[in-house]
Write a protein that binds this ligand. Structure first.
Ligand code: MOS
Length: 735
């Protein structure tokens, strides 16, 4: 019998397509008769458009049309709200009025026969403004902050302020994180084609069906009139979770010129045309007893959002439950600025909180003279003190013991500035990683063909984690097929419904739907076999039948069985197909389900110049079951490297004089490159959390981005004795 495909380090099934250029990304679809669109972005950060002179642009050979608010059709912009984010609704009604809400806002779009003509035309559009001073600085803003409702709203248990006053030892600090941009390698791109009132979009998106629904709302057409195709996504990190204004502009332009239109954002336009991780200040106060029991936790977060939409991240999640403490007060405020709307980015919410919280815990440990791992273990909760529910699984202690052993934590001298290598000061730091286990309803189709191959499909995405591969493994395991006889389809809005490919929920949600569909298909085949007098399985109890190597057989007598081809042939059918759904039910209400980890960092800081170099990173994670250890390890490396970026490099610089983004390119916006990435490694504990979902997974992508920045910042403190509480940690701060 075949070994289960789950747990195998299968290489990406789409790898050959990717390395041979056979994987087609949004901008690469060849659509006959295509024209090209280029956006003109506002050069004012706030105000009104007083004029749009398009004569020079229209006089250029090849320019077909120039659209601005002066001539663009008024669009219905029906209300649309996605469950995942109340802000997803595109309340930036693009080209609908003369208002400028942020620097770089699309104020015109030029459509031409070639990209070159469109780009040249865009440079010739003369827009004049009555500009006003924009407010783009979170620290300086005097706007009234908004309190998000619902799950991100104010929370308290006990009297945290009194407990803080009365505590033996207190830490009370503000941690600042700058704005960051996702910077996926693939630029956001859309090709739009109308056929009457039907719209086809080849688009970069992490959520094909929501993109279809959003565009249907903008144009006031039925959702099933929009077909979104997105088989490959070259990185997303959250930037492609909603349809940004350029998608509307591509569709608008295509309708205007009655031709398919391709619109690709430039790298510079990505910084004003898609979302970003909001700049955020967090006050984190901890009170404790002399022996390190946390008696109070105060968390006050204040983040930027746009004046026209409110984006909220789950920034209060960790402060409410990660540590056992009788008193918590947590609040989150949004400061509306003249900026475009931020969005979810890599470990949204929890990556943010884990930085402030895990630095504060390290500060408390240092103050108390208690080892930072020991301090954390002393405050391990027995259950979720926010919800009152038990943990489905929480193996943080094991993460710490495995991590500490592998990293060599016991050798550490706790004194700061106690290790050096020439002029490099050496330090080590640690932090807890944690990310919620999201699950949403999902559907999958599963089909067996007369040649014994299977096709499984759901409208999810694969922005890089390996969805094609991991879903193939789940399906192959259920059906008892070798993985090379299973094809998984995704990235098409006409496929069975799937939730956003984000929040690390794809495996739990879509994987469980794939499991349900494939199990049902196998059961249907089993029923056909046992019911047919010509089958060797006739009359066998279905529970005594197993599947493997593309056949059904008696578990205790494997020679007695038949192939799927034989069953279908006897039935005279070319295929058998089922559709099944998964819904999380009440498990999320009855159990507290999170992925956990312990992150260890070693840094070297140049004593004279302040350079920080990460020397080692190691993470040990509790994520439930791992479907594919090779892909999972790759996710962990990616998350840890992302953490280096957050800690030391990534910083979107806004010029507050006019709202311009100064470093809107990959030369000036620093992301870690190979030279910044030293020995990075991670392990996942063997696990299986069937309370979380039917396939036992807890999500393993984004947890690996949480905690990393804190571990690095804590290591910098250990090396230098300096606490830098603003990210990224730059050399200026260490001089
Ligand atoms: Mo991720 S921010 O959930 O795409």
């Amino acid at each position: 019998m075949t070994e289960s495909s789950i747990g195998q380090p299968l290489s990406r099934v789409d790898g050959p397509l990717k390395v041979t250029g056979g994987a087609t990304y949004a901008a690469e679809f060849g659509v006959a008769g295509m024209a090209y669109a280029v956006i003109v972005g506002s050069s004012a950060g706030r105000g009104r458009i007083t004029g749009v002179d398009t004569r020079a642009a229209l006089a250029q050979p090849g320019v077909l049309a120039v659209l601005s608010h002066l001539n663009a059709p008024r669009l219905p912009y029906r209300e649309y709200r996605a469950a995942v984010d109340p802000a997803v609704g595109e309340r930036l009604h693009v080209l609908q009025d003369d208002r400028v809400r942020f620097f770089g806002q699309p104020v015109a779009v030029v459509v031409a026969e070639t990209l070159e003509a469109a780009g040249h035309g865009a440079s010739l559009v003369d827009v004049t403004y009555a500009a006003e001073q924009p407010s783009t600085d979170l620290a300086a803003s005097t706007a009234t902050p908004l309190a998000p409702p619902g799950v991100n709203g104010d929370y308290a248990r006990g009297d945290a302020d009194a407990a803080l006053r009365d505590a033996h030892t207190r830490i009370d600090q503000t941690y600042r994180m700058t704005r960051e941009n996702h910077n996926p390698m693939e630029l956001h791109a859309t090709i739009a084609q109308w056929d009457g009132d039907r719209l086809v979009l080849w688009d970069k998106t992490q959520w094909v069906q929501s993109t279809a629904a959003q565009l249907a709302a903008v144009f006031g057409i039925p959702e099933d009139s929009v077909h979104v195709i997105s088989p490959f996504v070259g990185g997303g990190f959250g930037s492609a979770l909603r349809a940004w204004p350029h998608v509307t502009l591509a569709a608008l332009a295509a309708r205007q010129v009655s031709r398919p239109v391709k619109l690709v954002l430039t790298r510079r336009q990505m910084y004003s045309g898609t979302g970003y991780r909001a700049a955020i200040d967090q006050r984190l106060a901890l009170g404790s007893t002399a022996d390190g029991r946390i008696t109070s936790l105060v968390h006050e977060a204040r983040a930027e959002t746009s004046a026209y939409e409110q984006h909220t991240d789950a920034v209060l999640v960790l402060s409410r439950f990660l540590y056992s403490t009788p008193a918590v007060r947590a609040s989150y405020r949004l400061v509306p600025l003249d900026v475009h709307t931020p969005t979810f980015m890599r470990g949204p919410g929890q990556a943010t909180t884990s930085y402030a919280l895990e630095c504060a815990v390290d500060e408390l440990a240092h103050e108390l003279g208690i080892d930072p791992i020991e301090l954390r273990l002393r405050n391990e909760p027995g259950h979720d003190e926010f919800t009152g529910t038990p943990f489905s699984s929480r193996r943080l202690r094991e993460c710490y013991s495995v991590g500490a052993r592998t990293f060599g934590w016991a050798k550490r001298n706790p004194a700061v500035r106690s290790a050096r290598d020439g002029h490099w000061l050496l330090g080590t730091g640690v932090a807890t990683a944690c990310y919620h286990t999201m699950r949403s309803a999902a559907e999958s189709l599963a089909r067996i063909n007369e040649d014994g191959t299977a096709v499984v499909a759901s409208a999810t995405s694969d922005m890089g984690p390996g969805t094609y591969t991991s879903m193939t493994q789940v399906a192959a395991d259920s059906l008892g097929l070798p993985t090379d006889r299973v094809g998984f389809l995704l990235g098409d809005s006409t496929l069975p419904p799937a939730p956003p490919h984000g929040g690390s929920q794809t495996m739990a949600s879509v994987g469980s739907a794939v499991r349900a569909a494939c199990d049902a298909l196998r059961d249907n085949l089993t029923r056909l076999a046992v019911a047919h007098s010509a089958s060797p399985l006739h009359g066998v109890r279905p529970s005594d039948i197993a599947a493997g190597d593309g056949r059904l057989f008696v578990r205790d007598a494997p020679d007695r069985g038949e192939t799927y081809q034989q069953i279908l042939a006897r039935e005279g059918r070319s295929r058998l197909q089922v559709r099944r759904s998964y819904a999380p039910g009440d498990a999320p209400d009855r159990f507290s389900t999170y992925a956990y980890g312990a992150v260890f960092a070693e840094v070297a800081v140049d004593e004279d110049l302040g350079f920080v170099r990460v020397r080692r990173l190691f993470g040990a994670y509790d994520v439930g079951r791992v479907i594919n250890p090779k892909l999972a390890h790759s996710q962990a490396i990616g998350g840890l490297v992302g953490g280096i970026g957050m800690a030391l490099l990534e910083h979107t610089v806004v010029d507050h004089r006019d709202g311009r983004i100064v470093n809107a390119n990959l030369a000036d916006y620093l992301v870690p490159v190979n030279a910044d990435v030293p020995a990075v490694d991670a392990v996942y504990l063997d696990g299986d959390d069937r309370t979380a979902d039917p396939i036992g997974v807890k999500g393993l992508g984004e947890v690996t981005l949480t905690g990393v920045a804190a571990a690095i910042a804590n290591a910098v403190h250990h090396a230098t004795g300096r606490r830098v509480r603003d990210l990224p940690i730059t050399l200026e701060a260490l001089l």
